[in-house]
Design a protein around this ligand. Structure first.
Ligand code: NCD
Ligand code: ZN
Length: 345
């Protein structure tokens, strides 16, 4: 098979950033995705409906002429988020709120310190039909970084799911066998996204032969048994796991640093890499569900009617991208060969 035509996909988790960076990130995603769940971890974060609305307008201004793309806006939960803020955000068209445990990842310093105090906010979200998107890692200093997701599920997530029977929850960018198992065994209100890097790589790709800062993201890559469990889960075609690239650009100097930032910028290659992964798994028939159907069904949104065509064509991811301010980004999979290519229309 040398072409693959699928319903146009959506990206259910990414970081566009702001300002001139939108000139780079928005076209990279709108080239093949119809919608994207836009993460709110700007500095300062997007915490209200009105901040989300003005961010939406800045994103829309960066959509290339002639391409149809809809950003789906989220807000960032803090210790000060109230049910009134949720009601107001829902009115402004915000579809989901993002829970970062404070300190868990890039730009999460102003996030939630005490999860137990969030219950009224979760109830308001359920009432307004807003989804809860979770960065599932504990931040306790005594918990090993490779165990942070597993411990979050045990100590936090199970309780949140139990106390909120009508709240839809997405455990984002899952990285472990425990997360896959939890989501597959949970009720229909619980789903997960998975990134290309967590399906393609394990922690050897981060640490063997030298530290590879461009493969550093959070939650951090895990051992290969976890990578295999994630691959096995998507290869079954489960409707509970769908596409979320977590495309997260950082300038080269911020990654190649004594204290490098977490995040992989995959927007230019993600759909092609997912196709390659599903092909390697003998699961190409499930790519369309993963990329284009399970996500909108879970969010309660219409399926896209347009199609995208991928062709079997070898190309190499650029080794760097120049931003409008002349700074550089090293994209995910830089310089590596990819076997599928989205056909430009
Ligand atoms: C993301 C970023 O750079 O904003 N980084 C990452 O490693 N994934 C934040 C996040 O999604 O955790
Ligand atoms: Zn992210």
């Amino acid at each position: 098979m040398d072409t693959l035509t699928i319903r146009k996909p959506d990206d259910w988790h990414l970081h566009f950033r702001d300002g001139f960076m939108l000139q780079e990130t928005v076209p990279a995603t709108s080239r093949c995705f119809s919608r994207a769940i836009v993460m709110p971890n700007l500095i300062p974060p997007v915490t209200t409906g009105s901040l989300a609305e003005s961010y939406r307008q800045r994103i829309e201004a960066a959509i290339p002429k002639g391409s149809a793309f809809t950003p789906l806006m989220t807000i960032y939960l803090t210790d000060d988020t109230s049910p009134a803020i949720i009601a107001d955000a829902s009115k402004a068209g915000v579809v989901a709120a993002k829970l970062y445990p404070a300190g868990a990842t890039t730009n999460s310093a102003s996030a939630v310190h005490n999860l137990d105090q969030m219950q009224p906010v979760f109830e308001a979200m359920a009432h307004h039909g807003m989804l809860l998107l979770i960065h599932g890692e504990v931040t306790d200093p005594d918990i090993d970084i490779f165990d942070r997701e597993k411990v979050f599920i045990e100590r936090r997530l199970i309780g949140i799911v139990e106390r909120n029977p009508s709240l839809k929850i997405v455990l984002e960018h899952i990285t472990t066998a425990e997360a896959a198992q939890f989501v597959l065994g949970a009720s229909d209100r619980v789903a997960a996204t998975v990134t290309p890097q967590h399906l393609l790589y394990n922690r050897n790709d981060l640490l063997v032969g030298g530290i590879r800062p461009h493969n550093y993201c959070l939650p951090v890559l895990k051992r290969n048994t976890h990578q295999l469990a994630l691959r096995e889960a998507v290869a079954k075609g489960t409707p509970k796991i769908f596409l979320g690239t977590d495309s997260a650009p950082h300038e080269r100097g911020k990654k190649e640093s004594a204290c490098g930032c977490a995040g992989c910028y995959s927007a230019w290659s993600a759909l092609e890499l997912y196709a390659q992964i599903f092909e390697d798994l003998g699961a190409l028939d499930y790519l369309e569900g993963f990329a284009s159907e399970h996500g909108p069904r879970f969010y309660g949104l219409e399926l896209n009617q347009e199609k995208v065509k991928l062709v079997r064509e070898s190309w190499h991811v650029p080794t760097e991208i120049t931003l409008p301010d002349q700074n550089k980004i090293v994209p995910f999979y830089a310089g590596m060969e990819v076997r599928w290519k989205v056909q430009e229309v």
